[in-house]
Ligand binder design. Sequence first.
Ligand code: FAD
Length: 338
Amino acid sequence: MTSNPQSETQNSRSPFDVVIVGAGPSGLACAIEAKKHQLQYTVLEKGCITNSILHFPTQMIFFTTPELLEIGGMPLVSDREKPTRNEGLKYYRKVVAAYQLDVHQYEEVVRIEQLESHVFRIHTTESAYDARNVVISIGYYDNPNLMGIPGEDLPHVSHYYTEAHPFFNRDVVVIGGKNSAVETALDLFRGGARVSLVHRGAALGQTVKYWIRPDIENRFKKGEIIPHLNAKVLQITRDHVKTAQNGTTSEIPAQHVFALTGYHPSTKFFDQLGVQYDPDTLRPQYDPQTFETNVEGVYLAGSVIGGRLNGEIFIENGRFHGEALMKAVAENSEKMGT
Ligand SMILES: Cc1cc2nc3c(=O)[nH]c(=O)nc-3n(C[C@H](O)[C@H](O)[C@H](O)COP(=O)(O)OP(=O)(O)OC[C@H]3O[C@@H](n4cnc5c(N)ncnc54)[C@H](O)[C@@H]3O)c2cc1C
């Protein structure tokens, strides 16, 4: 990765044209476009590049065909119809290397303040950076939707699933009724865990992939995975998940619990900067042509735009935000003579 000479904020140095917060597929696509427009940019990333994908289930297969995950026109070659998580990670590493993108890994942005019009100071765990424009492309995967029940914070409860092996011959409860919960329950079952699936709805989510649904339904029918539908989780204890179902309470044995009840973006930077958003859906306001928010110079890219509605912006469509966005940043920079 190339290093940018302007990494430290010093008042004598001119600010970056644009700082991109988050090195997911959308943030990286923005960086490529910034480079194409010869803008002075950097990317600040709290973890490693594509940190969210790193934390997806280890054996995950994308639901998207390879060409729809591509950024910067670089081909993603896979010998499968749909690439694996590992292939995706390898691909994005190659993109960053090929484009020599300036990414500061393991540098979390903690605060963004506006000093004046088109001057922002971005404070990280390591340093601070000044920029005329900021792109917030932080995704949603860092913030699980909590149920607000006792025991949710116990050490055997997790909001992220990686692989089945540690759960062999163990009682595992999976909470949730969408793709992540269903796929986790199936993987755990095939890894030799005793699995119960608890879902508050009367049926599994409508969006469960059509090729997964018959598999889980057959596991339910055969009693291989125990369904608890229409069940409200009341409490998690060290050994059980307590639920209320049709007026009766049950205690389901649970040595491990995966609460896969979705995720939502952080609104921290919106609040700090005065970006307007809907308090229920957490969807920010922005111009769909330029991706600029109500705060001039503050742009959004990728799945953060969807708020709580995670099912609308994926890599497939979020990868295009950078193109329109950086065109607008470049045009504005030219107008302002910077
Ligand atoms: C299990 C699973 C499977 C999926 N499969 C597909 C698929 O097949 N096809 C598809 O198109 N989509 C898929 N998606 C959705 C897709 O992964 C997301 O839409 C995509 O990651 C969004 O990209 P992004 O760049 O907007 O956000 P992210 O990939 O989440 O990137 C955001 C980045 O910002 C960083 N960040 C957050 N806060 C800060 C901070 N304060 N400072 C610095 N950095 C920060 C994060 O570490 C992260 O690297 C899947 C999602 C899941 C959960």
